[in-house]
Structures are given as C-alpha cells and as structure tokens.
Design a binder for this molecule. Sequence first.
Ligand SMILES: Nc1ncnc2c1ncn2[C@@H]1O[C@H](COP(=O)(O)OP(=O)(O)O)[C@@H](O)[C@H]1O
Ligand SMILES: [Mg+2]
Length: 250
Amino acid sequence: MIDVQSLTMRYGPAIALEDVSFQANPGEVLGLLGPNGAGKTTAMRILTTYLYPSSGTAKVNGFDILEDPMEVRKHIGYLPETIPLYGDMRVDEYLMFVGKARELEGSQLTERLTWVQNTCQLKPVWKHLLCELSKGYGQRVGLAQALIHDPKVLILDEPTSGLDPIQIIAIRSLVKSLAKEKTIVFSTHILQEVEALADRIVIINEGKLVAQGTKQELAEKVQVPGKTARDLSLEEIFIQLLAPSQGASV
Ligand SMILES: Nc1ncnc2c1ncn2[C@@H]1O[C@H](COP(=O)(O)OP(=O)(O)O)[C@@H](O)[C@H]1O
Ligand SMILES: [Mg+2]
C-alpha cells in the first residue's frame, strides 16, 4: 500500500511536484503517466526516500517516509531510471552483493538468488560481466536487484525504456506475474505502456496531478464529440485531459 499525501518538491525556484496525492493498493499495478519533465522520477525518488520532499509526505505499507525511512526502504524494491550496475562485477556476484546488503544470508540468500535467476530469466548470463550485458538483460538484472528481498512494494522507473519489442513483452509479463502479491508503481511517458500494464492510472503534468482512475473512469471525465466514454482511446483521453495546459499538443 502506498499513500502519497500532498507532495511538493522544489529544486531551487523550480517546482517539480506540486501538491500531488495518490494511492496504490496491494495487488494493483499503478501507472504514473506524464510527459518528460512531469515529475515522475522526482515522485519515485521521494517515495524510495532518496530525496526529501519540500512538503507533504507519503506512507509505504504504513511507514512514513519522513519518520521511518529505513523501514520504508526495507519494504520497497526500486528499479531506478539509471541502474547503478558495477561493470566489472558478474551478474551472480552483483546480486549476491545486493542480497547481502539487504541482510540476506545462508540458505535464504541462496534461495532468493535462485528465485530471481528463474523469475528474471537470468540463467544465460548468470556468470557474465555486467558490462557485457545487452540493454534487455541489464534491465532484468535491475529488476532482479529490486526483487531480491521479496519486497511488498515495487517502484519501477520507466522499466521498459530503451528495450526492443520482444524485451518489452518479456518485462511486461514479468511485472504482471508479480502483481498479484505486490503493490507496483511504474512510470512511463508511453501511452501503450500504461494501457498494457496499469490497473489504474495517475496522470501528472508539469508537477501537477491531472487525473487519476481506471481508463474507464478517466474516459468519463472528458468529452469528445460523437463518441461515448467507452469508445475513447487512451490517447484521446490523455490529450483531452492535458488540453487545458498544453493546448492538446502532446
Ligand atoms: N536534481 C535536480 N535539480 C534541478 N531540477 C531537477 C532535478 N531533477 C529534476 N529536475 C527538474 O524537475 C522536473 C521534473 O523532473 P523529473 O522528476 O525527472 O521528471 P520525469 O521523470 O517525469 O521526466 C524537470 O523540470 C526537471 O528538469
Ligand atoms: Mg524520469
């Protein structure tokens, strides 16, 4: 469970997030959708306690990001926009290193390593150096490090960015398979991505919350002449919702 309460983030005079609130529930995949610069990464870095908000707060599985940041970190698996992979480490060494940093040891660590190896389909590259990996495998290792401690909450920043269509399908189905038992928030600027993955959508633009809901709920907020809410594509909904601030030129 994630409960974001009135988050505001200023970088000097610039406002990256302004009074943004949203919730994500267990078993739910929440898509954080917005153009580049909307504030998605900033929101995720605050949720994962890497950044302190200027005001507002959030709770992750009941723990407050300001009061209990260490507890929050324990409950979260985070795939950042740029994964800090140490090029001269092997995949197995790196994941063992992350597992130990997550306080796993002995048979528990071995079990989790086997689980991420299977779940993220890393067998073919298990002994490879990280610097040798393709973008697709790099992303899978990124997911594996986010999953090693079996967190209840997954935060994925643009998980399919830069991947080819086959890799995108593989990552999507992996995320879907994890969804039942976790709360998952992912960000993207790609409409098809939210359409394919998200149960619920939070749209942000220029740091502000534009709308949130299921696709159907969002469709009911807009009007396109000659079309019913049911007929609207996500693209049409998105353009309509952003129209007041962007003149529909997304
Ligand atoms: N460390 C930073 N210092 C100053 N401005 C930043 C910093 N990080 C992000 N920003 C600005 O905050 C806004 C939101 O950025 P970001 O959260 O990265 O958006 P998104 O992930 O949606 O593309 C952008 O205008 C960006 O330039
Ligand atoms: Mg970003």
